[in-house]
Design a protein around this ligand. Structure first.
Ligand code: AMP
Length: 312
């Protein structure tokens, strides 16, 4: 089942307390595409400049990635630079250069319109809305965003939130958007906007799933010994989540069971954890389903406890 993604393809410069990499492949859609293509074909919609290294396109051509919707325009590719703090969970954005994204409008090729799953990766909310208008029959739509849009494009972001099924937000973004100190109460406000699920990303602490039906699930995180670069973990999370769902048959009404959604969240956590083990998409290049399966078992073992306890 092909997955449609729209978002940024970028060249990132990332500094951690331990090292620095320059102009490496980045962008929300890049991480998502590479991660989700481990499961199914990914139909990518994005734009790059004429300076975008060919080798990245050649890599995606060897994966099940359709590049028909990737526009190549004379000019500079989107660039982003950030520096991580010692905790490797928080970072400062040092520079954002839109380049060819200025004036970009996503066009969904005819061939992509049969995609059932959609990821609206991090990009201006107006552009995310343009995508939704072009694929009205999508089965499941997942939205990601960031602080920048909460601060600068709130009304547009609100329109997009009201039009999708699943919202991914970091704990901090939930507080910023809802202006509530309690994440649970903030999520309640978000669910009241019509979402089916909200996934609260907690960086190295895992993810929480909240459903409009009352579902609450706390997905554990894999205990990584060493984090090299957490950039793109959120997008790879989405890649694991939708990637897993792309392998599952929904019910006749096109709905996924809560158990499948939970498994999707666990896949998200696992793929997100792998991304942190190298810069850029480095670790995803060699990742196999077997690696994912091993981590899946390990997470099951470390998150279950004996339910047979009775207080005296
Ligand atoms: P994450 O670590 O999951 O938040 O994703 C980081 C990725 O988002 C980086 O590879 C950046 O290139 C990309 N990114 C950063 N800022 C923006 C922005 N304003 N619009 C779109 N993508 C961005």
């Amino acid at each position: 089942m092909p997955i449609l993604v729209v978002g940024s393809v970028a060249l990132d410069t990332v500094e951690t307390p331990f090292a620095k990499v320059e102009e490496t492949l980045g962008g929300a859609a890049s991480y998502f595409t590479t991660a989700a293509s481990l499961y199914s074909q990914v139909n990518l919609v994005a734009i790059v400049g004429s300076d975008f290294p060919r080798e990245h396109l050649d890599f995606w051509r060897r994966c099940p990635v359709n590049l028909l919707g990737l526009q190549v325009k004379e000019g500079r590719t989107f660039r982003w630079a950030a520096r991580y703090h010692m905790d490797m969970n928080t970072r400062d954005t040092l520079d954002t250069q839109l380049g060819v994204y200025e004036g970009f409008h996503p066009t969904i090729p005819e061939e992509y319109r049969s995609s059932n799953l959609l990821f609206l990766a991090n990009i201006q909310p107006e552009l995310q809305m343009e995508v939704l208008e072009q694929v009205p029959d999508i089965r499941l739509s997942v939205l990601d965003t960031m602080e920048l849009w909460i601060m600068t494009a709130r009304p547009q972001l609100t329109e997009v939130i009201k039009s999708v099924d699943v919202l991914l937000m970091s704990e901090e973004e939930v507080r910023q958007y809802t202006d509530r100190a309690s994440v649970v109460s903030g999520v309640r406000q978000l669910l009241d906007m019509g979402l089916q699920y909200v996934v609260v990303k907690q960086g190295s602490y895992g993810a929480l799933l909240f459903g409009a039906d009352g579902t609450y699930f706390s997905a554990p995180t894999y205990p990584l010994e060493e984090v090299i670069d957490p950039t793109g973990a959120g997008d790879a999370f989405a890649g694991g989540f939708l990637g897993y769902l792309s392998t599952v048959e929904p019910d006749p009404y096109g709905h996924y069971s809560v158990n499948e959604i939970k498994r999707g969240v666990v896949h998200g956590n696992i793929v997100g954890s792998f991304v942190c083990e190298d810069y850029s998409i480095g670790r995803l290049r060699t990742l196999t389903m077997n690696d994912i399966a091993k981590r899946y078992r390990r997470l099951f073992e470390c998150s279950h406890f004996d339910p047979d306890w009775h207080s005296r």
